[in-house]
Design a protein around this ligand. Structure first.
Ligand SMILES: [Zn+2]
Ligand SMILES: [Zn+2]
Length: 411
């Protein structure tokens, strides 16, 4: 995506200006001000109540406090590496020096980033002339030298339709990718061993209806092995159609920030938000390990506390994240107190599909990241064990499809 819009935070104030309060009569303005004061006071009171409720319901098992580290448990012998393969600096149309991208990634405790400047769009070139298209990568690498962060070389091939934008990562030299014809750029990327994925196929500057679809050219590139993945998530957008394309054409599912401004502002990290990432299930925590996993399609995108991926990849992640911490009958009742622990970075939203009903809620159980939640289960008679089953609503395996997760409970 090109940076065509101001950051989200500015859109809000623009909208307020757009409402043009001067056009309202004075008494209406007074009413609005009083209403704002009322809302602020009410928010303060409600905020305090909600905060204390959250602490109370979290109960014991709150193992992890306010850390922003984006971490997921390893699964099935694979490292769950958190990666952001799409971001910009002033070396194309981003707002920051590349070392800020590294520092943001370190704050998020990411395993890997790729700073992917546009090859064909350099709005800061007059202020920052540079002959070498690898410059942002070199600066990011030196900035990350004393850390564990893996920095991958990449570029954004920035073309109009039928190509659209695409990131190619693991290339060895960005300069030869500056070509007259887009086809040559894709061929060069492949020659260098690049892993290439379609960017924001739902971008409204190229798809007014926000619907991702493939052109004949995209199909040709996929057929040639010159496109191997697709962004199902880009910045603040998600695409069911891109997910369908990934599943239909066996492409790697990718989620990226495509950050141009600051991660903390764009995703309200201080308020509990997070940047989108791709969770890569790698055999080793190296560039080659990540590359092998991407080619093998072993990824899950994480976006607004939603996990998007193939069933074979999301199920082990759910299993590694959720567990029964304890289960016991209270007093002489047959109401079972079941504690479900979530050790992952993502909140989970579960919808009850078991034969049992609950005593303390309807059918939805929300378990915040790194929290334990107690659910009161009406088992009828007292029984030694049972099976709870849930549709995991914040996990998507295909448009509108959520996996079912069964948990064995032994009392
Ligand atoms: Zn783009
Ligand atoms: Zn971009």
């Amino acid at each position: 995506m090109l940076q065509l819009k101001p950051p989200l935070i500015m859109n809000t104030s623009n909208n307020q200006i757009g409402r043009s309060p001067l056009s309202f009569p004075l008494d209406f303005k007074l009413f609005r001000y009083l209403r704002i004061v009322f809302i602020m006071v009410a928010s303060l009171i409600l905020g305090t109540t909600v905060a204390s409720t959250t602490v109370a319901s979290a109960q014991e098992g709150h193992s992890h406090g306010t850390s922003r580290a984006i971490e997921f448990p390893d699964v099935n012998g694979f490292f769950s590496l958190t990666c952001d393969f799409h971001m910009h600096s002033v070396f194309s149309d981003g707002d920051v020096w590349p070392n800020i991208r590294v520092q943001e990634a370190l704050k998020d405790n990411l395993d890997c980033i790729a700073v992917t400047e546009h090859l064909e769009y350099l709005p800061h070139k007059a202020d920052i002339p540079f002959p070498d298209r690898n410059r942002a990568f070199d600066l990011a690498v030196s900035s990350a030298a004393k850390s564990e962060l893996i920095v991958i070389r990449g570029s954004e091939i920035t073309r109009s339709l039928p190509f659209g934008h695409a990131n190619t990562i693991f290339i060895t030299d960005a300069n030869p990718l500056v070509t007259e014809n887009a086809v040559d750029a894709y061929a060069e990327a492949q020659r260098q061993g690049g892993f290439t994925f379609m960017n924001h196929p739902n971008w409204t500057s190229q798809r007014k209806d926000g619907v991702a679809r493939l052109e004949e050219m995209n199909l040709t590139l996929i057929g040639n092995g010159q496109v191997q993945g697709i962004e199902v998530v880009n910045d603040i957008t998600y695409s069911d159609e891109a997910l369908e394309i990934a599943l239909a054409h066996n492409l790697t599912i990718i989620g990226t920030s495509d950050i141009h401004g600051l991660v903390d502002w764009q995703y309200d990290v201080p308020g509990g938000g997070h940047r989108p990432v791709t969770i890569v299930f790698a055999k080793e925590r190296t560039q080659e390990g990540i590359r092998e996993a991407l080619v093998a399609r072993r990824t899950v995108a994480w976006f607004k506390s939603t996990l998007i991926g193939r069933e074979e990849h999301v199920m082990p992640l759910i299993e590694a994240s959720l567990s029964i911490k304890s289960a016991a009958y209270q007093g002489d009742t047959s109401i079972l107190h079941v504690q479900i622990e979530n050790t992952s970075e993502s909140e989970f939203t579960l919808s009850n599909t078991s034969i049992y009903r609950f005593h303390d809620r309807a059918d939805i159980v929300v378990i915040p990241a790194h929290h334990t939640v107690e659910v009161l289960v009406k088992t009828g008679p007292r029984i030694p064990d049972l099976e709870l089953s849930f549709d995991v609503l914040n996990v998507v395996t295909a448009p509108g499809q959520h996996p079912n997760y069964k948990m064995k409970v032994t009392i």
